[in-house]
Design a protein around this ligand. Structure first.
Ligand code: SAH
Length: 372
């Protein structure tokens, strides 16, 4: 079997030595991959031809194929990638001014079971490998012209990143490496449902990432209904771990809150959130809900959303409403995979059906493989 070149354990150095090649050839390969965005060994034109052919036979660069490539009018692009075992994952490129933010997945499916989210409906299938996580970054980087580069990474696609830190952290290390993608750690956000053990591990190993904790409710009863994993954790432990992360990193914390009409969007819920945030120097990121086929949740009316926001603002909470573009694409993660897999939209709920039959926002599908 061929080795995945993007897998950090792929024995490139060893093979180079066996082939009588100097070790700096490995650097050259990396430069081609990450700097020059080569798509094959054949592109690496300053490597001797025989070496290119030898490497080509033993290492594969891509283990995924692009099943769907969609582009929205605002420049947002989304890739549905098919993995070697036919599983599918999603990743997104968001364009905002100078920013080129990519949203990547960490698992196939998700085990957290958040009741409003498309990714977890069928549970978790498996963790992504380090190579598969990196491959999303490389595929997305290749959507950009040579003059542009990825500026920010958000791990907010499918899956719970803190449940796959063993594979995620090495991938993010390559993303930061000046010989990799050279993206500063401050520009990398990990979004978590709030797993204290994972947060503690980040604190011990590497608290430099920007951490976003998904709350969605400020009381345990409602949070456990929306985010079932909360049952065995509890908000107090989540907030405690968040505080320790903040102390270790010195970086502002972000709390995410998806507003669900009639569920967690009343002024009472807002006041509960104000109490929970207390005096913390935190940002509350309000995410507009993106309907998921078959799920009974709705975006709140504009009126209730404004009332909710007013309560937070009047209490001096630092709040930001994520813009539609990013929100729809982020939130839609997991949906495209289900639609592509032939999930029938539920007959009930017209809104949800409409959202499912016209996958994420005004995205136009491009021909498969068009980004390669
Ligand atoms: N497991 C991580 C990453 C999930 S995706 C986490 O829980 O944070 C990032 C955010 O999108 C999370 O806050 C998640 O709850 C939210 N999300 C999931 N489905 C959504 C939907 N349909 N609409 C809006 N936001 C959604």
């Amino acid at each position: 079997m061929q080795h995945h070149l993007l897998d950090p354990s792929a024995p490139l150095l060893q093979r180079l030595a066996e082939l009588g090649q100097p070790a700096w050839r490995a650097k050259a390969v990396r430069r081609w991959l990450y700097g020059s965005r080569a798509s094959s060994f054949a592109d690496m034109t300053d490597l001797p031809k025989a070496l290119r052919e030898a490497l080509e036979a033993e290492f594969t660069l891509w283990t995924t194929t692009i099943a769907t490539h969609s582009r929205a009018e605002d420049g947002t692009e989304k890739l549905l990638l098919e993995l070697h075992d036919r599983q599918r994952i999603e990743c997104v490129m968001l364009r905002d001014g100078e920013r080129r933010t990519v949203c990547i997945s960490s698992q196939v499916g998700c085990a957290m079971g958040c009741v409003f989210c498309a990714s977890g409906i069928d549970g978790v299938v498996r963790n992504l490998t380090t190579g598969e996580i990196l491959e999303q970054l490389l595929r997305l980087a290749r959507l950009l012209p040579a003059t542009e580069r990825i500026s920010h990474i958000v791990v907010m696609g499918m899956g719970e990143p803190l449940a796959n830190l063993d594979r995620l952290l090495p991938a993010l290390a390559v993303a930061q490496d000046p010989e990799g993608l050279g993206i500063s750690q401050r520009r990398i956000t990990i979004s978590t449902v709030g797993l204290p053990a994972g947060m503690e591990r980040l604190i011990a190993e590497n608290p430099g990432y920007h951490l976003a904790v998904s709350l969605h409710a400020a009381g345990d009863d409602l949070r456990t209904k929306l985010v079932p994993v909360n049952k065995s954790i509890g908000l107090a432990a989540v907030m405690d771990a968040a505080d320790r992360y903040w102390e270790a990193s010195g970086r502002r914390l972000t709390f995410e809150y998806v507003l669900l009409g009639g569920v967690n969007d009343s002024p009472l819920h807002a006041r509960e959130l104000v109490r929970l945030i207390g005096g913390r120097a935190a940002l509350v990121n309000i995410i507009p809900y993106n309907s998921v086929a078959g799920l009974p949740y709705r975006e709140p009316s504009q009126g209730s959303r404004e009332r909710f926001l007013d309560v937070l603002r009047e209490a001096g909470v630092n709040v930001q409403v994520r813009r539609r573009k990013g929100a729809r694409i982020d939130a839609a993660c997991g949906q495209l995979r289900r639609i592509a897999a032939g999930t029938k939209p539920s007959p009930s709920g017209d809104e949800a059906t409409a959202a499912a039959s016209s996958p994420p926002m005004a995205i136009e599908p491009l021909a498969p493989g068009s980004a390669t």
